[in-house]
Design a protein around this ligand. Structure first.
Ligand code: C2E
Ligand code: CA
Ligand code: CA
Length: 745
């Protein structure tokens, strides 16, 4: 590469080679030259001269056997002393020769173009009498008549002028040897001397001599400036690079042009080195967090796996994905998102260091933190002693990431889901390991987020196979693999089932149950949500209509609406049509929208929501409390119900902060005329606490898991029967009854 870069800069250097001391070609760079007639150069004239040469380098003109061109060879012995191995006083050893083949076209052309007087010209001949430069191209390559050539040489040797008859013309020929293998001659017709007289003849002779001197001088300058000086620089640089010093450091003590050149050469080398380092840095680091990026991580991981294989060590890969990062981006803007990612990366890094680098220099750490892109981070734990170590790191990451952040003056909380894969247990190579850790991460997400999971071969593979899943999902819509289940929603004052949330289920023919938290985002990403959303609406509408005159006829059934559905300007019209087609009563329906999706559509949200309300369908704000928007901000939206997110309900009993939040949300919602639904109620204590705080409705495993429509109907029939038996009306009078929290039983 170095040689061809020189060739790009000096096109005359059309062949650069390293010959070994025995004459064999070791390296050859000759981009324009296909043929290499011989690899053994030991028989050539040039080689013999080169070996015999005692100077620093040798210049010789000769014909290149590869293409027949007349060229200059520049050769230079390469003497190297290996300071690591050789004794200090040892002499450098001859390792070979650097040989450059230089194109002479320009020089030969210049000789051919030289005109002396009006008809005189100049030509060049090599030692064997072959014409190498001549104004008549037909003559080039032809051999002079041996007798004449001998005479010419004889005259040139003594500096005399040869007068000879050639092609019927009397010529004055003078010559000078330029090199061992190159003679320069001038030829001036006698006629010119006759015309100009004797006086002129001496002028012409003077001019002739001058021409030779000037040309010879030019040749010398040409050789020195163009060929020899760069050759010296090249020699130095080559030596440096040979010694493994990529930052070329050329001696700059000389103050002449050579020194200049050397300095320029060194500066070029240094700036090249700097920009190379920069490019390398950017190619291998993430701009936002300065962490090693995906490419660098792959390299690290591959090395680590190779090392672990050799030393029979274990490795751990932690694949971490920030929970609900998109929400921060959507509600607070990209700047806030970037800031959050930077903070998260700093926290992860500090934990990984802290955990395993006590008493170690940074560079020695076997651990690497990297950002793979988006909100995904990955940690490589090298020299892992046991799974417990990986567990410890994962716990610490979750703990540190879970601490509050202040973004734009607002305090926010965020979680992170981590998948762990171990080498060699969960993958034999880097790629396999990453895949396993990714899979485990998806399971951490699916099992409630903000936790970690070790890879288990039984984990289903679907989560990462987006493309395949998309096609499968398409097919599923026309099969029984997709179906709706209904989770009861109870009135906390009475304990009776008053509503249900419709939730979609997918039983994949080969992968088993796939949670909606996995495939809904994929459907949203791929645009399939449009068709899927329509399918869900149609299914649920039909179900609600079928229930119309049964015990489930009074239920208000909630349907989750994706932000892309509500964002479609025709949405309310389509819903209206579907209501008509199915004959469903709108007052039995409720649409659940997340805080995030409402915030995202800012401008036309009012209109869109009102259009739905005008149809007679009520609206719930889902997952409230996770989107960082304030309740007062939401006041202007026409909402009926607020669903407090499961995470608060979960914690409210143990964490006073969460209890305060739940109390505050309920209080504010009441002030705004909204009714409150609590999600994810799993224990009787939670239900009691919510009721005490004034919460209206509750939903959760404690009251009933999502179930098929038929089961829900049966449950309602049983509730009715119990009521009738107790002599009460089917619709209990609100507020009078004591709370009956044991709905599930
Ligand atoms: P979501 O709207 O917040 O739905 C509530 C989720 O909490 C449901 O999970 C439900 O099964 C679960 N859940 C209910 N009670 C409890 C409890 O006591 N404890 C725990 N740990 N979980 C409980 P699911 O069905 O897996 O749905 C997850 C999410 O997928 C939903 O969250 C919703 O965002 C989305 N989704 C589900 N069905 C649909 C649908 O038909 N359309 C759309 N657009 N999204 C859907
Ligand atoms: Ca919901
Ligand atoms: Ca929810």
């Amino acid at each position: 590469r170095l040689f061809s870069s020189y060739q790009a800069a000096y096109p005359e250097y059309y062949e650069i080679r390293i010959l070994l001391p025995d004459g064999y070609e070791d390296t050859r760079s000759a981009p324009d030259l296909e043929h290499n007639r011989t690899e053994d150069e030991s028989g050539t004239e040039f080689w013999k001269s080169l070996v015999a040469n005692e100077e620093d380098f040798l210049v010789q003109f000769a014909e290149n056997p590869d293409n027949g061109q007349f060229v200059a060879y520049v050769g230079k012995p390469v003497l190297i002393k290996n300071a690591k191995v050789d004794p200090i006083l040892a002499r450098p050893i001859l390792r070979g020769y650097l040989v450059i083949t230089i194109r002479l076209d320009q020089l030969l052309q210049r000789i051919a173009d030289t005109v002396i007087g009006s008809h005189g010209y100049m030509f060049a001949v090599d030692s064997s009498g072959i014409v190498r430069a001549h104004k008549d191209p037909a003559k080039i390559g032809q051999k002079l008549e041996p007798g004449l050539f001998e005479e010419m040489l004889g005259a040139a040797g003594t500096g005399a002028e040869l007068v000879t008859l050639l092609d019927g013309q009397k010529l004055h020929i003078q010559g000078k040897r330029l090199d061992f293998n190159l003679w320069l001659f001038t030829s001036v017709p006698s006629a010119e001397f006759v015309i100009a007289g004797k006086k002129l003849a001496s002028v012409v002779a003077g001019i002739t001599v001058l021409a030779i001197v000037v040309t010879a001088g030019m040749l010398f300058v040409f050789l020195n400036a163009v060929f020899l000086a760069p050759v010296r620089g090249l020699r130095d640089a080559t030596r440096q690079i040979g010694a493994g010093n990529l930052q070329v450091d050329v001696d700059v003590s000389a103050s002449d042009e050579l020194g200049e050149l050397a300095r320029a050469f060194r500066e070029m080398g240094q700036s090249l080195h700097r920009s190379q380092e920069q490019i390398r840095y950017h190619a291998y680091h993430d701009n936002l967090t300065d962490l090693p990026n995906r490419f660098m991580f792959h390299e690290f991981l591959e090395q680590a796996v190779n090392r672990a294989r050799r030393h029979q060590e274990r490795l751990g890969i932690l694949f971490a994905d920030v929970d609900g990062f998109k929400r921060v981006n959507d509600t607070m803007g990209h700047h806030a998102g970037d800031e959050l990612l930077r903070e998260i990366s700093a926290r992860i890094r500090s934990v990984v260091r802290h955990e395993d680098m006590v008493g170690r220099a940074d560079d020695d750490s076997p651990n690497v933190v990297s950002r793979l892109g988006g909100d995904e981070f990955v940690v490589l734990l090298g020299e892992l002693s046991s799974e417990i170590e990986a567990t410890k790191v994962a716990k610490r990451i979750i703990e540190t990431v879970g601490r509050p952040y202040t973004l734009q003056g607002q305090e926010i909380y965020i979680g992170i889901s981590i998948g762990i894969a171990l080498y060699p247990d969960n993958g034999a190579d880097a790629e396999q390991l990453l895949k396993s850790a990714d899979k485990a991460m998806f399971h951490a997400k699916a099992s409630g987020k903000n936790n970690f999971q070790f890879y288990d071969p039984k984990m289903n593979a679907v989560a990462i196979n987006h493309l395949g899943l998309e096609a499968d999902l398409h097919r599923a819509m026309n099969s029984d693999d997709l179906f709706m289940v209904y989770q009861p929603k109870i009135d906390l004052r009475t304990g009776y089932t008053v509503g249900a949330e419709a939730l979609i289920r997918w039983r994949h023919p080969t992968e088993g149950m796939i949670p909606p938290a996995v495939f809904i985002p994929i459907a949203e990403e791929t645009g399939l949500i449009g068709a899927l959303g329509d399918w869900i609406l149609l299914q649920t509408f039909s179900q609600v209509r079928d229930w119309q005159d049964t015990a489930a006829g009074n239920l208000i059934v909630s349907i989750n609406i994706s932000s892309q559905q509500i964002g479609n300007p025709d949405f309310s019209m389509q819903v209206a049509e579907m209501l008509k087609e199915t004959g469903t009563r709108p007052e039995r329906l409720d649409f659940e929208l997340t805080e995030t999706s409402v915030m995202r559509m800012e401008n036309y949200v009012d209109e869109a929501l009102r259009a739905i309300r005008d149809l007679g369908i009520s609206l719930s704000l889902d997952d409230f409390g996770t989107g960082y928007s304030s309740l007062s901000h939401l006041r202007r939206f026409p909402i009926d119900y607020l669903k407090i997110d499961r995470s608060f309900v979960d914690e409210a009993l143990t964490n006073p902060d969460d209890d305060a939040i739940v109390t505050a949300i309920i209080g504010m919602a009441k002030n705004l005329g909204l009714r409150v639904v609590a999600e994810g109620v799993e224990t009787v204590e939670q239900g009691a606490m919510l009721w005490q705080r004034g919460c209206d409705f509750a939903q959760g495993y404690y009251y009933g898991k999502p179930m098929p429509a038929a089961d829900l109907l049966q449950r309602l029939q049983e509730e009715h029967a119990a009521l009738l038996e107790a002599g009460e009306s089917v619709l209990p009078a609100p507020a009078k009854k004591k709370p009956a929290l044991g709905g599930a039983g």
